[in-house]
Design a protein around this ligand. Structure first.
Ligand SMILES: NC(=O)c1ccc[n+]([C@@H]2O[C@H](COP(=O)([O-])OP(=O)(O)OC[C@H]3O[C@@H](n4cnc5c(N)ncnc54)[C@H](O)[C@@H]3O)[C@@H](O)[C@H]2O)c1
Length: 266
């Protein structure tokens, strides 16, 4: 690609992928409303609030691909979730429609299906069961991507990311962990395949204790290589296992399922 846009570039995943996706394009365009530091030689930095329609239009112009990490990444007040994850995603897809429909990686979340139980194994055809306003906003983004694909041919990889951190922070994440290296392998496949469409992909490594079945997207050729089992003994030693009826061991979305509606910002 000539130019790849990464939104949410100041965040956890954005700053990690800024380093790891440089090989995918001549220029990496980085955007966030938080500070992103200085641009490297192959980078351009365009700060922008995703809720600002005109700014998003300018952001997307001249890009051949988009990795969309920007937005509220946990539960928040409706106003914040709406501005970043509803208005923001709509602005992004409208801008993409007007600027050549660059292929998009949409960072959806396990919280779009968080009310499935951990003893259920689910594939990408199950109806959503969001566990929070945040999860609902990700379901909106998935639906929007689907509509822009059916109506206009816009291609999107909808990635229901599990837990993409250096390692699992608790026992639940042994099932949901997505290593950075496996995420890079997935994004490489998304921009490599001749025809993408608009598939839903569970973003998890090759974890022995996974709940998710990606067989419907085998054709993508993504073969995650890491397994969270390497962290189990350390987690066992460091923390007690929660009670058998605790949300973090009952539901796939963990404690998000027990959270109330947030009326004030953190
Ligand atoms: N990290 C994970 O394990 C995980 C799991 C599921 C889904 N996701 C999704 O992946 C994406 C990245 O996650 P992360 O962990 O890096 O989150 P993060 O909170 O660290 O980063 C998100 C970034 O988006 C920016 N942002 C928020 N609202 C914005 C707005 N209105 N305009 C411009 N920028 C805005 C923030 O400033 C932040 O830098 C998010 O969309 C999140 O929902 C991540």
């Amino acid at each position: 690609m000539k130019r790849l846009l990464i939104t949410g570039a100041a965040g956890g995943l954005g700053s990690e992928m800024r380093k790891r996706l440089a090989h995918l394009a001549e220029t990496i365009r980085l955007s966030d409303m938080a500070d992103m530091g200085d641009a490297a030689a192959n980078e351009e930095i365009l700060p922008c609030d995703l809720a600002d329609k005109d700014a998003v239009e300018a952001l997307v112009a001249d890009c051949d691909g988009i990795v969309h990490f920007g937005g509220k990444s946990v539960e928040g007040t409706w106003q914040v979730v709406r501005d970043s994850n509803i208005e923001g995603v709509f602005n992004l897809y409208e801008a993409a429609r007007r600027h050549g429909m660059p292929r998009i990686v949409f960072a959806s979340s396990n919280h779009a299906i968080g009310f499935y139980r951990q003893d259920q194994r689910i594939d990408n055809a199950v109806p959503p069961r969001p566990d929070s306003l945040y999860g609902v906003s990700k379901v909106f983004g998935e639906a929007l991507a689907s509509m822009y694909h059916d109506k206009f041919g816009q291609e999107t990889a909808i990635v229901r990311i599990g837990s993409s951190f250096p390692g699992p922070a608790d026992h639940r994440m042994l099932s949901t962990w997505l290593s950075y290296a496996d995420f890079v392998r997935l994004i490489e496949r998304v921009f490599d395949v001749p025809k993408l469409g608009c598939p839903i992909i569970y973003g998890a490594s090759n974890n022995a204790s996974s709940w998710w079945d990606n067989s419907n997207v085998d054709w993508l050729g993504w073969r995650p290589q890491d397994d969270s089992e390497q962290f189990r003994a350390k987690l066992d030693a460091e923390m007690d296992k929660p009670a058998a009826d605790a949300p973090q061991v009952v539901y796939q979305g963990g404690t998000f399922t027990a959270d109330g509606i947030h009326e004030t910002d953190d």
